[in-house]
Design a protein around this ligand. Structure first.
Ligand code: PMP
Length: 359
């Protein structure tokens, strides 16, 4: 038998029909498509980081520094008593671990749609059922629909992205409270965009022991370093942590993460600039008659335009890469998602955007 065919034949049929997470090529473009922090560290700190990394024992497996990083992240997040933390190679890895943890036959993962695509992709990789519940047209949670879907499908795990990607809003806290109370299993509050939001879920976590809070250092300014973290009751985290691949956070990553936390004030100022830039970008977009910019609590702005495909191309031709999210969900018809960049980048974006409007 053909050797390649032998290999292909043992791969799961359902995996072969799954579409992989797509990353857009960005060479030579101003990259405003994936909610990265556009700022680097000031030169002196960048040099100091280089010095620190130069002394790391890369011949050893990661050990104490990862534990120190977890403790520092827990402290910075204000981890409640009785809780514990586990680290992922980005929150993407935590999503994988969560899917594995609940992977009993027939288990179901639920999330509002449109939402972060990895919840569904990861559930499918694990052979789990995924149930998406549409948001309302104003992107609020559809409480009756959520409660009905919970009663019908009994999800083992519900993801609530807070703020949501790609809609960028925070949902009504009382509705979330009722969803948590109705949930028959875990509720993960995905707070990837917490550095830019007015509220978080730490209090919800304190009051409900089936809630987990997931965060990442990616949007904070370390997307390349790949550090996500999950906080919840120690008994739950203890089980989920068993699924963490040993040594999943490299020694250089752990050291960079610790360095960043030591300079959290620098990152906090960057986040402050980005929040102000976001509000300015929304105000500028609001001036344009043909478009509708939605409110944002993240470092991105969702905007409805007359023709998303044509505008995406026009903006790209002018040197800026954004994300056309129109195909993700009918509620996102003709929507582009713009990541907030530096003040200079946002000016280029706005010019490219305006010039790309249909005449
Ligand atoms: N959650 C949400 C809501 C996201 O938008 C993203 C990335 N865009 C992630 C999690 C994953 O982040 P990371 O793996 O970089 O931590």
């Amino acid at each position: 038998m053909d050797e390649l065919k032998k290999g292909i034949d043992v791969i799961r049929d359902d995996l072969r029909s799954v579409k992989a997470y797509a990353v857009q090529p960005s060479a030579g473009l101003i990259k405003l498509d994936t909610m990265e922090n556009p700022f680097r560290l000031p030169e002196a700190l960048q040099q100091a980081l280089g010095q620190r990394l130069g002394h790391v024992a890369i011949n050893r497996y990661p050990a104490e520094r990862t534990v120190e990083l977890a403790a520092a992240l827990a402290k910075a997040a204000g981890m409640p008593a009785g809780c514990a933390i586990t680290l992922g190679n980005g929150s993407d890895e935590l999503i994988t671990m969560l899917s594995m943890a609940i992977s009993k036959p027939g288990a179901c993962v639920m999330a509002p749609l449109p939402g972060f695509v990895m919840y569904e992709i990861s559930a499918r990789y694990q052979g789990l059922k995924f149930v998406g519940v549409d948001l309302r047209p104003d992107f609020e949670l559809d409480e009756p629909a959520m409660l009905a879907a919970i009663a019908e499908h009994q999800p083992a795990l519900i993801y609530l992205s807070y703020p949501n990607n790609p809609t960028a809003n925070l949902w009504d806290a009382e509705v979330i409270e009722r969803i948590v109370a109705a949930a028959p299993g875990l509720v993960v509050m995905d707070e990837a965009y917490q550095p830019f939001a007015e509220r978080d879920s730490m209090d919800l976590l304190r009051r409900h022991s089936n809630v987990l809070v997931m965060r990442t250092m990616s949007k904070f300014g370390l997307a390349g370093v790949r550090i996500g973290y999950l906080i919840g009751r120690a008994e739950l985290i203890g089980e989920i942590d068993k699924l963490r691949p040993p040594f999943n956070i490299g020694v250089l990553n752990a050291e960079a993460g610790l360095f960043a936390l030591e300079h959290a004030d620098v990152y906090a100022r960057q986040a402050q600039v980005l929040r102000a830039e976001r509000d300015q970008l929304i105000a500028d977009l609001d001036e344009i008659e043909e478009v509708q910019a939605f409110p944002s609590q993240g470092n991105m702005v969702l905007v409805r335009v007359p023709d998303a495909a044509a505008m995406f191309d026009g903006i790209k031709r002018r040197g800026v890469l954004v994300k056309n999210v129109s195909a993700l969900h009918p509620l996102l018809h003709n929507c582009l998602r713009l990541t907030v960049g530096t003040p200079e980048e946002n000016m280029v974006l706005l010019t490219a955007f305006t010039e790309s409007l249909p005449t």
